[in-house]
Design a protein around this ligand. Structure first.
Ligand SMILES: [Zn+2]
Length: 164
C-alpha cells in the first residue's frame, strides 16, 4: 500500500527532476590546477555578492520538503540523491562531509535553497555550509573545522614557544 507520505515523496522526486537545469552546459570543464588557470569569469565572481538564491534558479522552495522526522531513511536517501544530482546540473556542490547522518544531510541540502549563489557555466561553485566556528557550525560535530581550529591553536602555541 502506498502511504500518503510515499505518494508525496514520489511527487517531490519528480519536482526535483524538473528543477534540473534545462540548458545544462556540457560538462567539459576540468578543475583548474592553478589559480592562474581560472577563467576570467572567476576574477569578477568574488567581488559581486550573489543576488539570487539557489531556490530562485531551480524553482524549488524549502517549504515543500517534509521535516526529516516524517521521512523514512529510504525516502531521505532518495531525496538526497535526487537533490544532489539536480544541484550538480547547476554546477553547484556542498561541503557536507560524508559521515554526516542522513537526516542532517537532508536538512542541510534543503537549506541551500535559501542561500544566495551564482550559477556559473564554467566552474563548480561550492556552498560553504561550515561557518568555521565550531560552536555555531551547522555541520556540528561532523565538521572538520574542529580540527582546523585545533591545528591553529597548536601552531599558535608553537609560535609562542619558539618565537616568530
Ligand atoms: Zn564547520
Amino acid at each position: 500500500m502506498l502511504t500518503s507520505m510515499e505518494a508525496y515523496v514520489t511527487h517531490l522526486l519528480s519536482d526535483i527532476l524538473e528543477a534540473e537545469r534545462p540548458d545544462q552546459p556540457t560538462l567539459n570543464y576540468v578543475y583548474p590546477e592553478f589559480v592562474e588557470d581560472f577563467p576570467e569569469e572567476y576574477d569578477r565572481w568574488p567581488e559581486n555578492d550573489p543576488l539570487y538564491t539557489f531556490g530562485y534558479y531551480c524553482g524549488l522552495k524549502q517549504e515543500v520538503f517534509p521535516p526529516a522526522h516524517m521521512l523514512s531513511s529510504l525516502q531521505m536517501e532518495r531525496l538526497c540523491y535526487a537533490f544532489s544530482k539536480m544541484m550538480f546540473t547547476w554546477n553547484l556542490d556542498t561541503d557536507i562531509p560524508d559521515d554526516v547522518p542522513l537526516s542532517k544531510k537532508y536538512q542541510l541540502l534543503v537549506s541551500t535553497l535559501d542561500m544566495k549563489t551564482e550559477v556559473n557555466n564554467t566552474i563548480l561553485t561550492t556552498f560553504e555550509l561550515c561557518s568555521y566556528d565550531p560552536p555555531s557550525c551547522p555541520l556540528g560535530e561532523y565538521c572538520t573545522c574542529k580540527e582546523f581550529i585545533q591545528d591553529d591553536a597548536l601552531e599558535n602555541i608553537d609560535d609562542y614557544l619558539h618565537g616568530e
